[in-house]
Design a protein around this ligand. Structure first.
Ligand code: AGP
Length: 617
């Protein structure tokens, strides 16, 4: 959470930082600010609200200067106020700092700094960090070897800090320098021909350069002019590995769409094609993954799989659990990453771990992965962002290849995770008892997924009309069974996060064990009711809701015959293989949430209180 950008180069820093911050706004958007070092002073602009508010301020009083730092905030310590917005300046005015993360021992450090005469203008942990850098900068002499005094002060500061951080620091007395460091929060260095840019995400860099260095936890980068040096926490030099980013600026532009969420919903057919490209074997009866880093023998030896993830990614893991158990007949467990890391549950020896994370930076998922690795387990990652922390620390994995996902509500990342889960079930199934014939049929079904999604997307106008009728409700239930129960969970999550309607999901048959008490004409239920072996069971659950006056929206498959008048609204998706059904059934859920949120006037891409990448616990 929070997006940070630092710039040192020959161009004016402010417009570059503002452009970068706009591309990072999905990480937090309650306030923003920028500080530029020019002619011996810091020039700061901060505003409550979006980056555009700062841009507006700068339009009338532009900031000169070719080095600067900027921040878009998702509040942790202290309310959403101008004082709490970053960058923060030390009370002696000599250090400017931006921070993404949480300093856990800030209270003790603040107490110490107060005794040394430092003062505080905000309630943030970041200002404490900033003053501590100032304290070390003042206290320590310049390093005897002629090294950077700012770097030295930052390094000393970080020795006393517990928590997570991605920081960029400027010093008034070191006008050519910028120091950045990371621990638990992402930080990437962009290396242009005449400039260096530091940011939380490649999205903020790609308009300047495709050459990047992914910094690791514990690393610091000291920029001086147009050179940089990376050191680790032991002050040992690190040889930089410069990677090439494949994403282009256009990938993260809105184009003709009103919202990123809608753009990404409609990108799904192509995203699915990209996620499956080159991943079916030549004889077309199984899937292939390049980066698992396990031999088929090792994989076959695994007696259990465990999926850890958060939010939408966890729902993808839950669908995958169904598919692997069904098609590969291997037991699978799913857990909230945030719970797994503290639960210390007993684990079977031959368990293979998977973490699922679009961003690859979710701190709970990262911590769950590290916990499993610490216990000696191999962890594979299903992940979209190349070079993310999870991607780099996993023992192997599968990239989603769907390009940047900007909308806070995950859509194309989710369906591609479902697709990869389905391919994994096929791969594992074919290693065991699935026949060539069944495998060939399964592959053919998966290959149809993009077209089936295209067909499902054609329902958008009808779903928009339904959304108009249902946007006024304040409570909704989502009901599905088997592999569609996680899709019901995902439908409820999508609706909650972007329209602020209270929504819950249950396996349909669970209703009568309590939740049915909620049913009344003001609480609609969205039923996932495909034609399958338990179709009639779900119909019975629908009857129970109908009998109690609850409005019903049914999402069913072509050819299924719902009893006349049972559902108030019927959305029909194409009939398909059960491995593809969760993907196709997701589409109306996404569209319904989207159009309801729009009808309620909600800010779809920047829902309140949320951030795309959750890098704090
Ligand atoms: C999705 O709509 C949510 N914004 C959220 O649940 C998200 O899926 C979760 O935070 C996990 O993110 P990740 O996939 O980047 O790890």
């Amino acid at each position: 959470m929070c997006g940070i950008v630092g710039y040192v180069g020959k161009a004016k820093a402010a417009p570059i930082i503002i452009d970068g911050l706009k591309r990072l706004e999905y990480r937090g958007y309650d306030s923003a600010g920028i500080a530029v070092l020019h002619q011996g002073s810091f020039h700061v602009a901060k505003e409550v609200g979006r980056v555009a508010a700062v841009q507006h301020t700068l339009a009338s009083s532009p900031l000169e200067g070719t080095r600067g730092i900027g921040h878009t905030r998702w509040a942790t310590h202290g309310g959403v106020t101008r004082e709490n917005a970053h960058p923060h300046l030390s009370s002696d005015g000599k250090i400017a700092l931006i921070h993404n993360g949480v300093i856990e021992n800030y209270a003790a450090i603040k107490k110490f700094l107060l005794t040394k005469g430092y003062t505080f203008a905000s309630e943030t942990d970041t200002e404490v960090l900033c003053n501590l850098v100032a304290y070390h900068f003042e206290k320590e002499p310049a390093p005897a070897d002629g090294g950077s005094r700012l770097l030295d002060a930052v390094r000393k500061t970080l020795l006393h800090v517990q928590g997570t951080y991605g920081i960029c620091v400027l010093g008034l007395d070191c006008p050519d320098e910028l120091v950045a460091a990371r621990q638990g929060s992402p930080l990437i260095l962009g290396v242009g021909p005449d400039e260096l840019v530091v940011a939380s995400d490649v999205a903020a860099l790609v308009s300047r350069t495709q050459n990047v260095v992914y910094l690791k936890d514990g690393e610091l980068v000291a920029i001086s002019g147009n050179t940089f040096q990376i050191t680790n926490r032991d002050d040992v030099g690190v040889d930089p590995v410069i990677d090439q980013v494949t994403w282009k600026v256009e990938d993260s532009e809105l184009g003709d769409f009103e919202h990123y969420m809608l753009k990404e919903i409609f990108e799904q057919p192509v995203a699915l094609e990209n996620a499956m490209r080159g991943r079916f074997s030549a004889d077309e009866s199984t899937a292939n993954f390049g980066g698992l880093n396990l031999t088929p023998n090792e994989l076959r030896g695994m007696g259990r799989f465990m999926f850890c993830a958060c939010g939408t990614a966890l729902h993808a893991g839950m669908v995958t659990e169904h598919l692997i158990e069904r098609f590969a007949r291997v037991p699978v467990e799913c857990d909230h990453a945030s719970e797994f890391r503290y639960r210390n549950s007993p684990l079977f020896t031959n368990t293979l771990f998977f973490v699922v994370s679009q961003s690859g930076e979710t701190i709970d998922t990262l911590a769950a992965m590290r916990e499993a690795q610490r216990k000696g387990f191999k962890v594979l990652a299903i992940n979209n962002v190349v070079g993310s922390t999870i991607a780099r620390e996993a023992d192997g994995g599968i990239y989603q290849h769907v390009g940047p996902e900007i909308g806070v509500a995950s859509t194309k990342a989710f369906t591609s995770q479902l697709l990869i889960g389905a391919m994994l079930a096929l791969y594992l199934g074919r290693m065991r008892d699935m026949s060539v014939r069944d495998g060939t049929e399964y592959v053919a079904a998966l290959k149809q997924a993009p077209d089936l999604v295209r067909e499902a997307l054609e329902q958008a106008p009808q779903i928009e009309e339904i959304a108009q009728r249902y946007a006024r409700y304040e409570d909704m239930l989502f009901l599905g069974r088997l592999e569609l129960f996680p899709i019901a969970l995902e439908g409820a999550l999508k609706l909650k996060e972007i329209s602020y309607i209270h929504a819950e999901a249950y396996p349909a048959a669970e209703m009568k064990h309590g939740p049915i008490a909620l049913i009344n004409p003001e609480c609609p239920s969205v039923f996932l009711v495909p034609q399958n072996e338990i179709f009639n069971k779900v119909i019975s659950s629908m009857q129970e809701i109908k009998a109690r006056g609850g409005p019903i929206i049914a999402i069913t498959t072509a050819g299924a015959e719902l009893p006349e008048g049972l559902a108030d609204e019927v959305i029909t998706i194409p009939a398909c293989h059960e491995a593809v059904l969760p993907i196709v059934a997701t589409i109306p859920m996404q569209l319904l949430s989207y159009y309801i949120a729009v009808a309620r006037g909600c800010d779809v891409d920047k829902p309140r209180n949320l951030a795309k990448s959750v890098t704090v616990e």
